[in-house]
Ligand binder design. Structure first.
Ligand code: SF4
Length: 622
């Protein structure tokens, strides 16, 4: 705890307590007067002296402070009640609501706040209640703007996308996930706003638009005292000093408060605890490796994507991101979806979960999960699928977990959304899930930032499997991890897939990961699947030139390379197309060494038997 934080906190506490307890601690009543004490100097009877009417200045300071502080808090509360939901919804939903809210804020902010408050009070009539209402409305745009910009930042973070993938409703995500993550900045702003409100209320009372005499507040007392500045300076100095000290203390307090709101300021775990976690991790890994020795059984039919297309409207024009995707996943398989960045892998996985922004995207085709076309489901129906029947893990585990919630509560939350379990059952299952993914159950009390990247990804996996989904989409699950942790996470996924009969769609740009872990692989290029086959076949003899080029890019040890290749990292010349036009010819033409005049027409997928589909005019001659 820093010295400025302690000093400002103690000053504020003293001011607040003495004002709140004014009826108990003040030596005289608020308006108790004795004309014989008019303008009395400080004495034993009147610590700070008395005003013109013989009222005790100290007592009036306490009663006046009570009204000033309560009114300032009321101003901020009004602005919070209106401004926070407005900012949250306009930032999250955007569109017309955001435009209207934006214009409303622009208009109010174009006037100086005090001038606007004068206008409102003039219209509503003088008095403290109207002054509070007026200032409350004047402060709304500041809060709305702040919350809106915080919401826009938060809604683009992966943890919000992860929450959507679990199936939470949008209002739930807004209030349960986004709002808590705005609290830090918002609390600082609100503390500052209380200080501003004290000043503005004092200004309104000073010009006679605040409290009605004989009620006291610091602004009105300042106004009364200035007439006796020479005879009794304390009458003006005391309320002035109270305003200045309170505002400065609030400013310092708000500066210091952020570090105590942020859980990252909390102490680190002990060495002993971390050693315990590591030992548990090692034990669990050994158990998983043992399990992997068993044979795997693949059944048929869980997901079938047919002729899926997706176009996006962007500022630069329409992007034809997916151009007729066909993909089939058998129950219990690990299917690799591989390709360069921007080829449409992530759009495909988001389309399966209904996470593509339908306002700016046009989706066509079928995504059949068992017999249901997911594209025909309403948002409410999709929420029953997300997290419960199909779940997803993302590439950056730290950003995919809400930073202000413990990992245990995030896992419990996912289950509470889909399963009818009591609090105790939720806690028990969370501990079980953490142990299943190789973590000690004590991890539940930790925040995401207290864990390593590998542990965070394990928490994501625990959350993803918590509702026993049938299909798990792993979108670049190891990209943010180092090689050793990559191997551990993939080993965990394989063992879970076997134990829980999961079907996994592994989305990755890393062909090596596919060859080591997948039963079947589909290669994507320019929004199209160009080759699908059992992984072992595709590696042995790729039938599409792009597949072959990708396989050649896998780094090999020097011993496996011929003299010419040795020491060189293979790359595919050229760049993928930008997809601002509908694809008519084979999109690989500019980079293909086998391109010829036949390739000017888009090739259709040919079934070459043994589960191999290839989309190339020269399939088989590669
Ligand atoms: S269709 Fe032609 S350009 Fe496209 S991959 Fe096959 S050979 Fe190359």
């Amino acid at each position: 705890m820093t010295v400025p934080f302690m000093i400002s906190g103690i000053i504020l506490l003293l001011i607040i307590l003495s004002c709140v307890l004014a009826p108990l601690v003040a030596p005289y009543g608020e308006s108790e007067q004795d004309l014989s004490d008019s303008l009395a100097k400080p004495s034993k009877e009147h610590i700070l002296g008395a005003d013109k009417m013989g009222r005790d200045l100290f007592s009036r300071m306490l009663f006046g402070g009570r009204i000033t502080l309560i009114s300032a808090i009321a101003v901020v509360l009004i602005s919070v009640i209106i401004g926070v939901p407005l900012g949250l919804f306009s930032g999250y939903y955007g569109g017309k609501l955001d435009s209207i809210t934006g214009r409303f804020c622009d208009v109010l902010l174009s006037f100086p706040s005090l001038l606007l408050a004068f206008l409102f009070v003039a219209a509503l009539g003088r008095g403290m209640t109207n002054a509070v209402l007026a200032l409350g409305i004047v402060y709304v745009p500041m809060i709305t703007r702040l919350v809106r910009s915080l919401t826009i930042v938060e809604k683009n973070k992966t943890y919000v996308e992860a929450a959507e993938s679990i199936g939470f409703s949008r209002p739930y995500i807004i209030f349960r996930h986004i709002l808590p993550n705005c609290f830090g900045t918002l609390t600082v702003q609100l503390t500052l706003d209380i200080a501003y409100a004290i000043l503005d209320l004092a200004a309104l009372s000073f010009i006679g638009l605040g409290v009605n005499p004989p009620t006291a507040d610091w602004g009105a007392m300042l106004q009364e005292g200035r007439n006796f500045l020479l005879m009794s300076p304390l009458l003006a100095l005391a309320p002035g000093a109270a305003i200045v000290v309170t505002v400065i203390a609030l400013n310092i307090f708000s500066d210091c408060i952020t570090q105590y709101i942020d859980p990252q300021g909390r102490p680190l775990p002990s060495f002993e605890k971390m050693e315990k976690y590591r030992a548990a991790l090692t034990r669990s890994l050994r158990a998983q490796l043992k399990q992997l020795s068993g044979a795997k059984k693949i059944e048929t039919g869980i997901l079938s994507i047919e002729d899926l297309s997706c176009d996006f409207v962007t500022i630069d024009g329409i992007v034809y991101a997916l151009n007729g995707i066909n993909l089939k996943l058998k129950r219990g398989e690990i299917h690799g979806l591989v390709g360069e960045s921007g080829c449409g892998k992530s759009v495909t996985s988001r389309a399966i979960l209904g996470l593509v922004d339908k306002k700016h995207a046009r989706l066509r085709g079928d995504i059949r999960f068992h017999t249901t076309n997911l594209l025909e489901l309403s948002e409410n129906e999709m929420r029953d699928v997300r997290g419960k029947r199909i779940s997803m893990i993302f590439q950056d585990p730290l950003n995919s977990l809400s930073p202000l919630e413990t990992v245990g509560s995030q896992i419990e939350e996912a289950m509470a959304n889909h399963m009818d379990l009591s609090k105790t059952e939720l806690r028990g299952r969370t501990a079980e899930l953490l142990e299943k993914v190789g973590l000690h159950s004590d991890i539940a009390k930790r925040y995401p930032f207290e864990l390593s990247g590998g542990m965070q990804q394990r928490v994501m996996i625990a959350q993803a499997i918590s509702c026993n989904p049938e299909l798990l989409i792993a979108d670049e699950p190891t990209t943010a991890l180092d090689l050793t942790i990559q191997a551990q996470v993939m080993s965990l996924l394989r063992s879970l897939q076997k134990e829980l009969s999961l079907t996994i769609l592994l989305v990755t740009h890393n062909f090596a990961l596919v060859t080591e872990n997948c039963d079947n692989a589909s290669v994507m290029y320019a929004g199209k699947i160009v080759e699908t086959a059992p992984t072992k076949d595709i590696i042995k003899s790729p039938f599409h030139p792009y597949t072959k080029a990708l396989i050649n890019c896998i780094p090999h040890s020097g011993a496996e390379q011929n003299h010419e290749q040795r020491g060189k990292l293979q790359v595919i010349p050229g760049f993928p197309p930008r997809l601002y036009e509908p694809v008519k010819a084979c999109p690989f033409v500019p980079r293909c060494h086998m391109a010829n005049s036949k390739c000017d027409e888009m090739p259709h997928a040919s079934n070459l038997g043994n589960g191999r589909l290839v989309c190339c005019r020269m399939a088989g001659s590669v």
